[in-house]
Design a protein around this ligand. Structure first.
Ligand code: WT7
Length: 568
């Protein structure tokens, strides 16, 4: 029996207060995600249950019980507090998917500080911009990532401490760098939990903007209410599940559903700290007997590409429920999964800003392959007219996906950027920036984004950030970045550039530019192709018309460009 048995009956009398009751929270009480995901689970008698089954690439396996997670997060919390870290201080997590990432995340929250997870593949520039914006005071990292911090240290004076989690005691450390080993530190049995309230800040997740710097979506501890229930009803956790979320906690899926969702319910999860390979993923599922699996369309397409023959070598009988997020899930992927795993993927739609799943396919509901499903109970969604921002009532018409801003996990602001935050609301609706249609059965169908942001392999990248970095290269005079179609990643980055006088287009220069980008940004933001241009298409006022370039890449008709003029 799925946890949610009837969608129709549930939406009729749904209230978030029911979840508050289930979590024994009363308005006005303290609520702390770190404590809910560890201390409370132990108090419920599950201290000996496995919380984390971890496997590293060539680094063996590790197991942690909920009591280990409780003690480990206490130990991190106490260590940070002793360093002078205060509530609301921003603490960055910048590491691969090592156990410390998951455990220190809870420790940071336990002392009321704000966790700022960043994807460890980020290069110097991507890191600098985000640490500067958040005025981060402390960063937890691994030795292998230190060089990126050392390169930018003089530009981020507010950063006081760099905690190196895997220092071997031999290699020299530099200013501000402090070694700390979770495993060697004396475990802290009792930590005073900071009495965070519903609206106390918890997590800052950076996401890409079209025209400006990355924006830090600020979340609060009350988000737990949404994350707990969506995980229960959409991922359908049962007591004995072994759950695998393939997302990195540098992105919101990896925290909302790679830490908070499962652990607030005392569910065992496993983590594979290695890059993608169809073989090792299949092996991982078989070996750990994964029963609930949350992944992404790009990963599914990559598995499809590896072929059905490979999949036949493995036993997938443990899998009970599959879900996907991040990009449109092709109907073929849903059908393919039924053939290979005997189960379809359930598409889920949400964003960094929403903090929890908004539109989704529930286990108890018929799947229409290609549809994102229906709104989660308690979520009021509308499709708005692109010009008037009024709800469109007829089914089948396309509109902007918008939500009534009243669910617990919504972001509370963009850090340092209240103006951009306010710009996300019209007529009392939160605007997602995506377009969709709804059919006469109330199912939603994704159409596309309503801006220039590129969704490559489920990761949003900002053309603006890539263009700015391109301009830092000595040879580049102007740049425009758009997406181009890709079989696996759906979209990849393509850069159009004009060169400064004295530079000639060449394959060599292209390689040089790509290497420059890799170091500064991240492998995701790397252009897959650079096209040299004599000049870029522009509006009369001199703005680059990305849309003209994009249309060319996608083989779309551009139409009358004079009407595009100032909209871009
Ligand atoms: C954007 C949000 C929170 C999930 C990870 C991404 C796109 C997300 C779907 C889906 C089509 C989707 C949207 C959205 N997106 N899920 N099921 N079907 N598109 O979080 O980086 O904030 O990206 O990803 O465009 O706005 P994010």
């Amino acid at each position: 029996m799925p946890n949610l048995q009837s969608y129709e009956n549930t939406i009729k009398n749904f209230s978030w207060a029911m979840v508050e009751k289930e979590l024994q929270y009363k308005p006005g009480d303290s609520i702390n995600i770190g404590s809910y995901c560890s201390d409370r689970i132990c108090q419920m008698g599950k201290g000996k249950k496995i919380a984390l089954l971890w496997e590293g690439f060539g680094e063996g396996e590790k197991k942690f019980t909920f009591n280990d997670i409780r003690l480990g997060s206490n130990t991190f919390g106490a260590f940070l507090r002793n360093l002078g870290i205060q509530a609301e201080d921003r603490i960055c997590l910048f590491m691969d998917r090592i156990p410390e990432l998951y455990i220190s995340f809870l420790g940071i929250l336990k002392i009321g500080a704000i966790a700022q997870p960043l994807f460890s593949a980020f290069g110097e520039e991507a890191l600098r911009v985000r640490l500067e914006d958040a005025q981060t005071v402390c960063i937890l990292t691994q030795y292998k990532h230190l060089h990126k911090l050392r390169a930018i240290l003089d530009q981020i004076p507010h950063l006081k401490h760099i905690i190196v989690l895997d220092h071997d005691g031999k290699k020299p450390l530099k200013a501000k760098e402090i070694p700390f080993s979770m495993e060697k530190a004396t475990a802290v049995e009792n930590l005073e939990i900071f009495p965070t309230k519903a609206e106390s800040s918890s997590i800052l997740h950076y996401t890409s903007g079209t025209t400006g710097k990355p924006k830090g979506a600020k979340h609060v501890h009350y988000s737990l209410i949404s994350q707990y229930l969506t995980a229960k009803w959409v991922l359908d956790f049962q007591e004995d599940d072994i759950y695998w979320c393939t997302a990195d906690p540098g992105w919101v899926t990896g925290t909302s559903y790679g830490i908070i969702g499962p652990w607030s319910q005392g569910i065992t999860q496993c983590v594979l700290n290695a890059g993608f390979s169809a073989d090792s993923w299949y092996k991982f599922i078989q070996k750990n007997k994964v029963s609930v699996w949350y992944s992404s369309p790009t990963a599914i397409r990559s598995l499809m590409k590896a072929g059905i023959e490979l999949s036949k070598k493995y036993d997938f009988s443990s899998l009970r429920h599959l879900a996907s997020v991040g990009e449109p899930l092709n109907p073929e992927a849903v059908v393919w999964a039924e053939k290979v795993f005997g189960k379809p993927f359930h598409d889920t739609y949400w964003q960094t800003e929403t903090g929890s799943i908004m539109i989704t396919n529930f286990p108890c509901m018929k799947i229409k392959p290609g549809s994102m499903g229906k709104p989660f109970p308690g979520i009021t969604v509308a499709l708005l007219d692109l010009k008037t921002y009024e709800p469109i009532l007829e089914p089948g018409k396309s509109g902007l996906i918008a939500f009534k801003p009243d669910w617990p996990a919504r972001m509370r602001t963009y850090w340092n950027n209240e103006e951009t935050f306010k710009g996300k609301f019209k007529n009392g609706w939160y605007l997602s920036g995506d377009r969709a249609t709804m059919d006469s059965d109330g199912y939603f169908w994704f159409l596309g984004r309503n801006d220039d942001i590129i969704n490559t392999a489920g990761h949003l990248v900002s053309p603006f950030e890539i263009e700015s970095t391109l301009l830092e290269h000595e040879a580049v005079a102007e740049s425009a970045v758009v997406s181009k179609p890709d079989e696996i990643n759906m979209e990849v980055v393509k850069a159009f550039i004009t060169l400064k006088p004295g530079y000639q287009p060449s394959k060599d220069l292209e390689l040089q530019i790509m290497n420059f980008m890799r170091k500064k940004l991240s492998p995701l933001a790397m252009p897959q192709e650079v096209e040299y241009m004599d000049c870029l298409p522009k509006t009369r006022s001199g703005k680059i018309m990305r849309r003209v370039l994009r249309a060319k890449e996608w083989g779309e008709v551009i139409g009358d460009t004079s009407t595009l003029d100032e909209e871009n």
